[in-house]
Design a protein around this ligand. Structure first.
Ligand SMILES: Nc1ncnc2c1ncn2[C@@H]1O[C@H](COP(=O)(O)OP(=O)(O)OP(=O)(O)O)[C@@H](O)[C@H]1O
Ligand SMILES: [Mg+2]
Ligand SMILES: [Mg+2]
Length: 652
């Protein structure tokens, strides 16, 4: 339909001339996000990573053993290696251009596609260096090769002249790249010395065959302005440093290096270190060909799979049946791990290489780690036992949590902190459960004993609540008694109230059959009416009807809910022998458990009044308790009616 509305000119405007072909590095400047994942601080730092990765590739391939990174005063960065140097001779396909220029000014130009010049490189797309070039307002590349030094300068991806010989270097070779990130792209973002320092240091841990020197002219007051990184201890040392003195279940991490015959017959390797700690959350940092893979991938999957199988096999060996319930999630809580693999022609997700996708990596890593883990566990039974116990505990905790969750789903209640004074019932299902809201002291003895533990819960409320129940709703949320009440109910206050969250079927107000009790009952009803009205509409709110009098005649007992009933009984007699003894209950606490159960709490014999709202009563000003009681419950519930004057004082 919309098509019919297009005018002819609009259609004519969209012809072949509107299809643009972006040339050279233009697409990078147009859509930086596609190439470095954005234009924010993270993306900016990724610029350094791309250049550094190229030098690391040169080192891992065995051609360089020293890399220098320097952050200058003007926030430009220099990265120098002593590798082979980017080729500067004319490119066979473009005879008028040097290979250097082709590499830096063309997407998908590189020496890492075929595995001839590099075997297990982090670079693979032939994009990195050219992207950094495109997004820098100045880039200077110097190459020392064959005792000569060549240089070419670029701005925003455009050569500022041809590659030129600028000197001789009898004892030096390698590549030096200096670039200044373009503010047109990155705006106000600046390099952070600490961030660079950390990523450079981790590179050195990942490849012990390289020494990395760091220098910064920008001093953030914390990061060393100069440092040299060389870590022959590799990941095991890195892990100890990262865990920073946390106590661990094994004295030494489970760590190792295994070389394997990888893809396409190219040798590869995996290095790892892991330990478990009770004192912090677990983490896993993973790398492929020294490129960080923050989202993990196949190598990480292989690693966890090996560790999981290993620990379960060990559990079986030592006859710990609970080990079968351990899952990968349990390994990760409290498990601090580093995994670094080197494989040929890795496939990453995205140019920023956040996740490894190479399928074979899973099997290669799993196989490499598995054997070692079995041996390690068997050799250090003290650590193995401690780790196994820890993981079993994690598994049990997880299962318990899941069970709680399922229960909650079943009962349609939320996981909430419950108030300490709530005497909860044991039923996990909401159906048939009841919460008795009782006046402070009466809650104790008899009500506790009279209740059915499975279905009946008690929440004592203290007198203080009187002062706030009638207050403005904004004050209610900060009152401890009100919070206890809403938490016990499992619901939110006011507009956040959701009747589905109720933790109980019936909410029963059970107050003393005296003036104070009536007052509290009236206040509570008012509170529910103004704050949680759907609970009343859905028929969840009730009033308990404790008797006011007990008539005893010999072995005969009769309870009377009010004066009228008492007088009727006194006239008729209750069928016992001797004098009728009349006692008036001053409070619930005066009744013994048997009395209370029979008359007020036991569903089989008690009287309950459901609170309803009489919609016929016009306006909000009508007697609130009358409205709340509806027409029907007959005001038989006299004590409320008698004390309704309290309600009129309320500011609703
Ligand atoms: N420091 C260096 N030493 C030697 N050769 C280099 C260096 N930096 C870049 N090169 C060469 O330039 C090529 C292109 O580098 P570029 O970073 O653009 O792509 P890449 O590393 O192949 O792949 P990726 O896009 O994944 O980084 C590399 O393949 C390599 O042949
Ligand atoms: Mg690269
Ligand atoms: Mg390139």
């Amino acid at each position: 339909m919309a098509n019919d509305l297009l005018t002819e000119t609009q259609t004519q405007d969209y012809d072949a001339s509107s299809i643009e072909v972006l040339e050279g590095l233009e697409p990078v400047r147009k859509r930086p996000g596609m190439y470095i994942g954005g234009t924010d601080e993270r993306a900016l730092h990724h610029m350094v990573a791309e250049v550094l990765d190229n030098s690391m590739d040169e080192a891992v391939a065995g051609f360089a053993n020293r890399i220098e990174v320097e952050l200058h005063e003007d926030y430009s960065v220099t990265i120098r290696d002593n590798g082979r140097g980017i080729p500067v001779d004319p490119h066979p396909k473009f005879p008028d251009k040097s290979a250097l220029e082709v590499i830096l000014c063309t997407l998908h130009a590189g020496g890492k596609f075929s595995g001839k010049a590099y075997q297990t490189s982090g670079g693979l797309h032939g994009v990195g260096a050219s992207v950094v070039n495109a997004l820098s307002d100045l880039m200077v590349v110097q190459v020392a090769r064959n005792k000569e030094v060549f240089e070419q300068r670029f701005s925003r991806g455009i050569p500022q002249g041809p590659v030129e010989k600028v000197g001789t270097a009898p004892n030096r070779r390698g590549t030096t790249v200096t670039f200044h990130a373009d503010e047109q792209i990155f705006g106000k973002h600046r390099f952070k010395p600490a961030r660079l320092f950390n990523s450079i240091r981790s590179k050195a841990y990942l490849f012990s065959g390289v020494e990395i020197r760091w220098k910064t002219a920008i001093d953030d007051g914390e990061t060393p302005t100069e440092a040299t990184f060389h870590f022959p201890g590799g990941l095991s040392d890195y892990l100890k440093e990262t865990m920073n003195g946390s106590s661990t279940y094994a004295d030494q991490p489970f760590a190792g290096t295994v070389e394997f015959q990888g893809r396409f017959g190219v040798p590869g390797k995996v290095e790892w270190a892991i330990n478990w700690t009770p004192s912090r959350d677990g983490f896993i940092q993973s790398y492929c060909n020294t490129v960080p893979t923050p989202e993990g991938g196949t190598h990480v999957a292989g690693f966890w799979s090996a560790v999981l199988k290993g620990i379960k096999a060990y559990g079986e060996l030592v006859n710990n049946k609970k080990a079968t319930s351990i899952t990968r999630d349990d390994l990760i809580t409290g498990g601090c791990a580093l995994v670094s693999c080197f494989i040929s022609e890795p496939e990453f997700v995205g140019q920023t290489k956040d996740r490894l996708a190479t399928v074979e990596a899973q099997r290669l890593v799993e196989n490499a780690v598995r054997d070692h883990f079995d041996n390690w566990l068997a050799a250090d039974t003290k650590s193995a036992g401690a780790i196994l116990d820890f993981l079993v505990l994690r598994a049990e905790e997880r299962l318990r949590r899941r069970q709680e969750k399922e229960t909650q789903r079943k009962t349609a209640t939320k996981r909430l902190r419950l108030p300490g004074k709530l005497v909860d019932c044991s039923a996990t299902n909401r159906a048939g459960t009841e919460l008795f809201i009782v006046e402070g002291d009466s809650a104790g003895g008899s009500a506790k004993m009279a209740r059915n533990r499975k279905t009946q819960a008690l929440l004592p409320l203290r007198g203080k609540i009187l002062n706030v129940l009638g207050a403005a709703s904004s004050k209610l949320g900060s009152n401890a008694e009100i919070n206890d009440l809403t938490q016990a109910l499992g619901v939110g206050l006011g507009t956040k109230f959701n009747v589905d969250d109720l933790r109980y079927d019936k909410i029963i107000i059970m107050t003393d059959a005296d003036v104070d009790g009536a007052h509290i009952a009236a206040l509570l009803m008012t509170f529910f009416f103004t704050q949680m009205r759907p609970m009343i509409d859905a028929g969840h709110l009730y009033l308990a009807c404790p008797p006011l009098f007990r008539l005893t005649q010999g072995a005969k007992r009769v309870y009377c809910i009010d004066e009228i009933e008492k007088n009727e009984h006194l006239e008729k007699g209750i069928g016992g022998k001797g004098k009728i003894d009349v006692s008036r209950f001053k409070g619930l606490g005066e009744m013994d458990a048997k009395d209370l159960k029979e008359t007020t709490m036991d569903p089989a014999s008690r009287v309950l009044i459901r609170v309803t709202i009489d919609e016929d009563e016009p306006g909000e000003t009508g007697d609130l308790v009358e409205r709340l009681m509806g027409k029907k419950p007959e005001m038989r519930f006299q004590y409320i009616q008698e004390n309704a004057k309290f309600v009129e004082e309320l500011d609703v």
